[in-house]
Design a protein around this ligand. Sequence first.
Ligand code: FBP
Length: 344
Amino acid sequence: MVESNQSNRLITLEEYIIQGQNKFPGATGELSQLLRDIGLAAKIISREVNKAGITNILGEDGSTNYHGETVKKLDLFADRQLISALNRSDITCMVISEENDDIVRLDNKGGKYIVYLDPLDGSSNIGVNVSVGSIFSIYICDAKEGESLQVEHGLQPGVRQVAAGYALYGSSTILVYTTGMGVSEFTLDPSLGEFMLSNDSIGIPDHGTIYSVNEGNYRSWPEGLKKYVKYCQEERPEESRPYTARYIGSMVADVHRTLLEGGIFIYPDSNQYPNGKLRLMYECNPLSMVTEQAGGMAIDGHGRIMEITPKNIHQQTPIYIGSKVNVRKVQEYLEAHAEDPVKS
Ligand code: FBP
């Protein structure tokens, strides 16, 4: 918990955003407003998630998304809440969301920002009361005055994000974001309905003893990854090995734990997912920006996630994200065994 050093009282998200804005005399306040809009939507989604078992919002909607995955009712509820919150203030011109095959042009044609959304990450965990989250990634729209908005305006590499973050609906609801100057965390106080600053500078340990990957796909992993997981499991007490395995199955929750405790989260390419499962623009880029801003690393097995030039708004990528020492180690194994055929 972080108290304001003047009055040792808790700081709200609103106050913190305005304090941040005041550091930049030229700031227009638009990005601040956008972060507030997302904060409001996260509160509404949190309220629904917390009582999902007693309202008719669990279960499937009957439709499928761009990836052929069954869409949950809560996915669509979260999508609607976030898009309507972003439509409230005329600063966002376009939204790209996991739940919409195509770009969503908002009423604010002249809006300055493009927002990518994974409205509810970890859908497979919704019905079993395990943490889920909402992920966002914000870019400047470089469309010229009067130019009609196209997909291409959204196809910007992760390094061009101006802000990114997530809400995590777990034992408590938190909002974590970066605008490129470190990572801040806010915890929702339901009694006040306010996000209060709980950590104003998240820093990931350089090395961690937790590895997080769905070992169910082990047989068709790259050989280098198989060897890395064997390395994690070897008895070397002097090097704190074997590591511990943790896998929640909600990327937001697995990456948040990795930010706080160190280690690595991995979703590799495999026979089932030749390009990886997770989505570059609304899962991997935003969580990579947060992780890098916290002092960590995020690669696709070869290079930096945020330097990938996107070709499709829904494209997937393998991801290895977390503490620098752990990510560099797995990269060594992947490069050393890059030519090895997969022995499935
Ligand atoms: P969505 O729920 O937004 O589709 O996200 C995909 C996801 O649930 C990630 O949160 C998670 O890391 C991964 O898929 C789990 O996949 P698997 O069940 O194959 O391990």
